[in-house]
Ligand binder design. Structure first.
Ligand SMILES: *[C@@H]1O[C@H](CO)[C@@H](O)[C@H](O)[C@H]1NC(C)=O
Ligand SMILES: *[C@@H]1O[C@H](CO)[C@@H](O)[C@H](O)[C@H]1NC(C)=O
Ligand SMILES: *[C@@H]1O[C@H](CO)[C@@H](O)[C@H](O)[C@H]1NC(C)=O
Ligand SMILES: *[C@@H]1O[C@H](CO)[C@@H](O)[C@H](O)[C@H]1NC(C)=O
Ligand SMILES: *[C@@H]1O[C@H](CO)[C@@H](O)[C@H](O)[C@H]1NC(C)=O
Length: 711
């Protein structure tokens, strides 16, 4: 007991930790105490305080004790301070008039307040700040004007406030920001001006604020930060653009603030972080890219040369589905990488290896596909700590679904895996208007890295880094369509492929309500015919949702034996049928489906050559067309259904030997990747059950991988 008292007393001798009574004649309803108080510069004081908060008073109480240093009049109904009411309080350092009824600054008489450091006027009804109204407060350090209705501030409104350190102007009705307001505030360090409906920060808006350290521009309606908007803020350390409408990182503006340490861009409709967005910010320590509804991709060199960056937070971005393997370059100090709650199916080992000082990472709450891309997680030798490993689960493939990432037998997997285009990358349907421009971001994780191309409605194949007319495909796979017209309406397909296989995702684009109606015939051509293979090509002058080639041998009793099917990626119009029997007759069909589930099928019947004639391969180049049957019919299901089949198919990669295993597990086997040169096929028995899968050697080398898929 004694000891406790002793500790308390000795502590009080250093700083007053709680209020003690102040024995003066105190106005009726108020409480007078001596309380600990800190100046805006964090200097400690023991302040004689009069607390008259919350009494619905309409005027300042009379007989305030002379030595009052802090006067709290919050939540009353005071609308005016008459001359003489406060002038005797020569030691007043803080005056709180928040939540009262002031409507104009002329209603305060603020003479003789040479010691006033902090003035609270928030939550009143001020609409205008005219010139010079506060000029008597030459020692004021902090001014709260937030949550008023200010729509106009005149040029000299803050004149005289040469010592002001902090200015709170947030939550008002300002529509523009003017640099003339700030000309008389050379000491200002913190400016809070968020929650005003300002759309543009114009050049030199803050130019006079050479000592500003922190600028808060959150919750405005900012759409644009002009390139020189932050010019002059040579000492700025922290800036917040939280919750605005910025469509891209204001990279040029950010280059004007070389001392920036903390940058908050959370909650802006930015779609991509691109090369040059964050570059050479030599003092940046922490970066926030969270809660971005539209963010899809972190592109190559998105963060580049940030020597002091230690923490990167990119979380809660519901569409963020891609981080390029070289997204980060020259970030030697990064220790913490937060990537939880995004739409990432994987993260490349290379991304992690580029961060040599990385200590912890969080990737939980992402739809992780547990295949070879992410297998580094189990071989990382504990260099990196995983945050919340117990909630880091696989979503795909089906056999590992809901398994913890730590428990997946990654070591048994191959080091190559199929591309997977994120279902969040772009929608499957879009409606736009004439003269609009569009950007569709197609990204895919795969090992090795996939190549991406796009197929336009007219069937044209656009490779990455190419441009044609109104189309432009960026190296990372973004298709840009500028100044769109109805001729650009139709089906667009992105194909991501590597030597293992391919994935496709399509989007139908309506332009001002228009969508073309394709209904054409397929023309077939035999390009090459030998004893063991036939090269078939076909002409379709539009993009299609899916196309398959099927073939089967006709038997002497004229029935067909079990056939083969190969899925063909969009934009490919040729197929090499191999492993054929010599001198045998085959029926080969090309099936395509357009939008509206409108199918067409064209078939030919053709006989292969004799085996010993195979040497004279160049002698006969047949080029003829036989269309046996061509028919079109509707299937009464919706379009989306088929799009879904193509793009959300779940993929499992297994070794050749696991094929039997798949079958034992009673999974049906089907092709779920599309293989260059697109030659995987499978065989069905009479009841339609798959009985064999055959994989053909490809020009890129023989593939040993077979695939099986759970239905
Ligand atoms: C004002 O503060 C000074 C310094 O603390 C003190 O000496 C003086 O007595 C105070 N004035 C009044 C009226 O209390
Ligand atoms: C868009 O195309 C139309 C004609 O197709 C043309 O008149 C217009 O000037 C173009 N607009 C732009 C911004 O290029
Ligand atoms: C046709 O002949 C093949 C083998 O020549 C045989 O396997 C098949 O059962 C026959 N089909 C019919 C319908 O007779
Ligand atoms: C088709 O495949 C066969 C057998 O693999 C090969 O000899 C032929 O060159 C291929 N033709 C084309 C056009 O790829
Ligand atoms: C092609 O095959 C796939 C897989 O079996 C199927 O889903 C699709 O409907 C087929 N497309 C056509 C046009 O037959």
């Amino acid at each position: 007991m004694l000891l406790k008292e002793y500790v308390l007393i000795s502590f009080a001798a250093v700083t007053l930790t709680q209020a003690i009574p102040w024995r003066v004649k105190c106005p009726n309803v108020c409480v007078c105490e001596i309380k600990p108080w800190f100046t805006p510069r964090s200097m400690y004081q023991e302040a004689p305080t009069v607390d008259c908060n919350d009494f619905l008073m309409t005027q300042v109480p009379a007989n305030l004790p002379e030595g009052t240093q802090t006067l709290l009049l919050q939540s009353n109904r005071i609308a005016k301070i008459e001359p003489g009411e406060l002038e005797h309080l020569v030691n007043l350092t803080e005056l709180d008039l928040s939540q009262n009824s002031f409507s104009q600054i002329e209603d305060f008489s603020l003479k003789n307040m040479n010691n006033l450091l902090v003035l609270h006027l928030e939550e009143n009804q001020l609409t205008e700040l005219s010139g010079g109204g506060l000029s008597a407060l030459r020692n004021l350090q902090e001014l709260y004007l937030n949550h008023n209705r200010l729509n106009s501030i005149s040029a000299g409104a803050f004149s005289g406030l040469v010592n002001l350190l902090r200015l709170h102007l947030n939550s008002n009705k300002l529509r523009t920001i003017k640099s003339e307001w700030f000309g008389t505030l050379p000491s200002l360090e913190i400016l809070m001006i968020g929650e005003n409906a300002v759309e543009i920060i114009e050049d030199l808006n803050f130019k006079p604020l050479i000592n500003l350290k922190s600028l808060v521009l959150s919750g405005m309606s900012l759409k644009e930060i002009s390139d020189n908007a932050l010019e002059g803020l040579d000492n700025l350390e922290s800036i917040s653009f939280y919750d605005n409408k910025l469509p891209k990182v204001p990279k040029m503006a950010l280059r004007r603030v070389p001392d920036l340490k903390f940058l908050d861009l959370n909650k802006n409709p930015i779609q991509r972080i691109q090369q040059g967005d964050f570059t050479d910010m030599l003092h940046l320590k922490e970066l926030g890219i969270n809660n971005m509804e539209e963010l899809i991709s972190i592109d190559k060199f998105a963060l580049d040369n940030l020597p002091e960056l230690t923490k990167l937070e990119m979380t809660n971005n519901p569409k963020l589905s891609y981080v390029h393997p070289s997204a980060f370059r020259l970030i030697p100090q990064m220790e913490t990488l937060m990537l939880n709650n995004n739409a990432l199916s994987a993260l490349y080992r290379k991304t992690i290896e580029s961060l040599s000082k990385l200590q912890e990472i969080s990737i939980h709450s992402n739809p992780i596909r547990c295949d070879c891309v992410i297998r580094w997680v189990n071989t990382n030798e504990n260099r990196i700590r995983f945050i919340e490993p117990q909630s880091t689960f696989c979503v795909d493939p089906p056999e590992f679904k809901r398994q913890n990432l730590r428990d997946v037998p990654f070591r048994e997997m191959t080091d190559r895996c199929l591309p997977l285009i994120s279902s969040e990358a772009f929608p499957s349907q879009l409606a736009t208007e004439i003269e609009e421009s569009l950007a569709l971001h197609c990204r895919a994780f795969a090992e090795p890295d996939p190549d991406i191309y796009w197929v336009t409605p007219s069937g044209e194949k656009l490779l990455a880094s190419s441009a044609a007319g109104k189309y432009r495909v960026r190296p990372e796979g973004t298709l840009e369509i500028s100044n769109i017209t109805t001729s650009e309406a139709g089906l667009y397909t992105c194909v991501a492929h590597n030597l293992v296989g391919a994935d496709m995702k399509s989007v139908t684009i309506k332009v001002s309500g228009f969508y073309p109606n394709n209904n054409e015939n397929i023309q077939l051509f035999v390009q090459e015919m030998e004893a063991h293979h036939i090269v078939l090509s076909w002409i379709i002058t539009s993009n299609i949702i899916s196309s398959n080639v099927t073939w089967s041998r006709t038997m002497s009793n004229s029935s067909l034996n079990s056939g083969f099917t190969a899925r063909i990626p969009a934009g490919v119009h040729m197929y090499n049928l191999t492993h054929l029997e010599p001198l045998a007759e085959y029926v080969i069909c090309v099936h395509v489906s357009y939008i509206h589930l409108h199918y067409r099928i064209s078939c030919i019947r053709i006989r292969t050559k004799e085996a010993n004639l195979a040497t004279g391969s160049s002698e006969i180049r047949l080029q003829f067309l036989i269309t046996l049957t061509a028919c079109a019919f509707f299937v009464a299901t919706s379009v989306l259904c088929l799009c879904g089949l193509v793009s959300t198919r779940q993929k499992v990669q297994v070794e050749h030997s696991s094929l039997a295993l798949c079958m034992q597990k009673n999974l049906s086997i089907s092709l779920h990747g599309i293989y260059p040169p697109f030659v995987k096929h499978w065989e069905h028995n009479n009841s339609g059950k798959t009985i064999a899968v055959e994989v053909q050697s490809t020009p890129l080398g023989p593939s040993n991988d077979n695939l099986c898929e759970a239905n």
